[in-house]
Design a protein around this ligand. Sequence first.
Ligand SMILES: *Cc1c(COP(=O)(O)O)cnc(C)c1O
Length: 435
Amino acid sequence: MTDETEAELTGATARRRPKASVDKIGGRELKPSTMMMGHGYDPVLSEGSLKPPIFLTSTFVFPNAAAGKRHFEGVTGKRPGGADGLVYSRFNGPNQEILEDRLGIWEGAEDALAFSSGMSAIATLFLSMVKPGDTIVHSGPLYAATETLIARILGRFGVHWLDFPAGATRPEIDAVLNRAASGNVALIYLESPANPTNALVDVEAVAASRDAIFKGAKPPIAIDNTFLGPLWAQPLKQGADIVVYSLTKYAGGHSDLVAGGVLGSKEHINTIRLMRNTIGTICDPHTAWMLLRSLETLELRMSRAGENAVKVCEFLRTHPKVEHVGYLGFLEEGSRQADIYNRHCTGAGSTFSLYLKGGEKEAFAFLDSLKIAKLAVSLGGTETLASHPAGMTHLSVPEARKQALGITDNLVRISIGVEDADDLIADFEEALQAV
Ligand SMILES: *Cc1c(COP(=O)(O)O)cnc(C)c1O
């Protein structure tokens, strides 16, 4: 004990105590884009550092033995309320906690978890919810690795699946859920828009169907919101219970990291957290820090990419060498897909399908002539990317299924970035001349 007076001590403590995060000013609820700059972190905690430092540590020191015991009582369920503070970096760390607080804000979710990849998020979700003999009902198609995980990997552990097409109507969804309901449905898993068809799932219809068919315990509805979230689609509002992200895409947004996220109610998140704590699928502190940086510009980046995509697609749709542009902004007025779009989406995104006149030769000539757009898989980055699904991401898909999904040799997938729209149009115009 030093010889500080009590007044000095109180003053020092008062100065050092972190402030609660502000989420309202007057009656006004702050918007996510504002809250991304400071929510969940007070510089007072870290020598005044404006940005949170990266906490490279594998373990955290307990203030005393009783606190250590209290923590493990929480973790093991001997005491309600869960973990008390940080203890070991496989469970959580300061950077990941700030990231999780901020992620949840975008969709008004009660809680969120960060993961080392989109696939580790999805795998951890599945492992926490299913057991042998259960059925997963899902929309189709799904991201290829997700389909592999359900059919080939969980299948080895006796988990069954049934699917309905992404654009299915209420009666079609009812038929599949009724069939599945003869067994134990552990989870309803959706992906909207589906890749690469861009077909939207009617989440409201799925939720209504689930509520009508399952009278007792209702299987949760999880949805992969990577393509439109969190800016253009927020499926918790349409009745989904859990939202899954590959944060590698728009949320990370700079094509320089791989990560995943899951959002939902405290109850569901705690179930998934228990599995993540066990198998260690949390993202590392450096990736979490990078994502905090990314979230500060998420709305700026996604808005700009969305505006660019409108301009580029308007140019492409009337070009004589283009057969069709599969873009959510061009849905046929009055169609079922347009109806779902109007109820579920606030923007058409910046990832779309370009069908050229011709086949692989024309598609390759186009891709090889691009100068600004880079030839790479993935999406949602600051830079524009283009790829050839039939020859790349979907090469191993059987021919009949490729045709059914519209994965033809003349298809090019494009993800528009935040470059100057007219520069992008010039790039596409010149590449089309080479076709
Ligand atoms: C990329 C992607 C995933 C997988 O995410 P990773 O971060 O690559 O593991 C899952 N779903 C969708 C829709 C994706 O685009």
